[in-house]
Design a protein around this ligand. Sequence first.
Ligand code: 4AD
Ligand code: MG
Length: 474
Amino acid sequence: MDLIKIKDIFSSPSYNSKIVVAGWVRAFRGNRFIELNDGSTIKNIQCVISDSDKENEIYKKISVGSSLKIKGNLIESIGKGQSFEVEILNLEILGESDPEKYPIQPKKHSFEFLREQAHLRIRTSTFSAVMRIRSKLAYAIHKFFNKKGFNYIHTPIITSSDAEGAGEMFQVTTLDNTKIDKKKLNYTEDFFGKKTSLTVSGQLEAETYALGLGSVYTFGPTFRAENSNTSRHASEFWMIEPEMAFYELNDNMDLAESFLKYILEFLISSCKEDLKFLDERLVKEQSQKPKNERDQMTLLEKIKFTIDNEFVRISYSDAFEILKNSKFNKKKKFSFLIDEWGCDFQSEHERFLVEKHFKSPVIIYDYPSEIKAFYMRLNDDEKTVRAMDVLFPGIGEIIGGSQREERLDILNRRIDEMGIDKKELWWYIDLRKYGTVPHSGFGLGFERLIMFCTGMQNIRDVIPYPRTPKNASF
Ligand code: 4AD
Ligand code: MG
């Protein structure tokens, strides 16, 4: 008899049929009632040992965490809390678990504790819900771009160019650190014959493909050696980067907005159970906070609100004025005060705009050129570039993008002004020599999207094995 997924039993239970299920024990009550979960759904199935059989030795070996294969009859349940249950005919213990030592007991564990048990935390309801949503979101992203006729491309992970020009790269080398005389360091002797690093973004290569395939996107891991130990930064994270020929900034903003709305709609229609669980979890968590610190909206309300409302679009200069004249700034409630045009907005400012001022997702565009990357298209004012950041409640920046500088002379000038080495970018500059076109793109931080969709507060809890400064366990 074939194994059946618990999810399928819940979606169409065929009563009085024989079934086989396999999974891990989440709870074992009264020596008779087993709550089994196989990861296919947030729900456990109740499997019942018959009263006459409960003294059987095999059942004494069952404990929370052990893995079982159960053959039984699916019958209507008379007990509270479930409409059906499995009457056990045959039970096989696939793997026992030590009840004294198994870390994931059926009680509330802190996320900090669970991070230390990252290899087992997927067996909790919260993490399984988050990771199923992660998987569905990835699918929704591919579906969206596929429908729009984009080509999915795989950009290199090892690279010799710094796409963001920020110098926050992890070096890749086979040179033996202990044997090198630093003064004689010579990368021609290294594996690739030059200095190489893990990529911070696939954008530059994506641009080359957009200028041949029209519309492309990447979806891959990116690496940043920035030493920011915040709840929204990871050293290894996944990024989705669409790049479109013939798109100007407004087209780019339209795409970003419809893309995010599409994903959120998909989420609501295909992750109902997991969302409901996370929504209720957050409601409980919020109820323990003082009233003035509670979120105005529940998780589901936030998602629906984002789908139903247009994102506010505002230039950096206008956003700067709002921030500068805000009561928060005047009363010195920001840690970084806003006083001079040209400063970069911090997450506290982004969240002020989104959560307090506009109470809506916001797209800020036309940033000062000084604080943005070399590849962004310079405006006629020569002071701002055609950049755009999409800001979300609770998250801050979720997308960063721009129209690209397609004019050869200006690109060259910008690279020089920023002191970037042209040598490694010759191929990127070439694009502006041979059939250049206006083009645009953006990058969506996948983990930040998942944080928004699940209400999880820390990026370490939305990726299976987080990498952050001083942490690469597992
Ligand atoms: O704004 P960023 O740095 O933009 C780029 O990398 C461009 N090359 C994208 C493009 O235009 N193709 O990063 C894009 C997004 C951010 O908005 C944020 O959501 C996420 O990537 N991100 C991070 N997520 C987690 N941890 C980090 N350290 C992140 N840095 C950026
Ligand atoms: Mg950015």
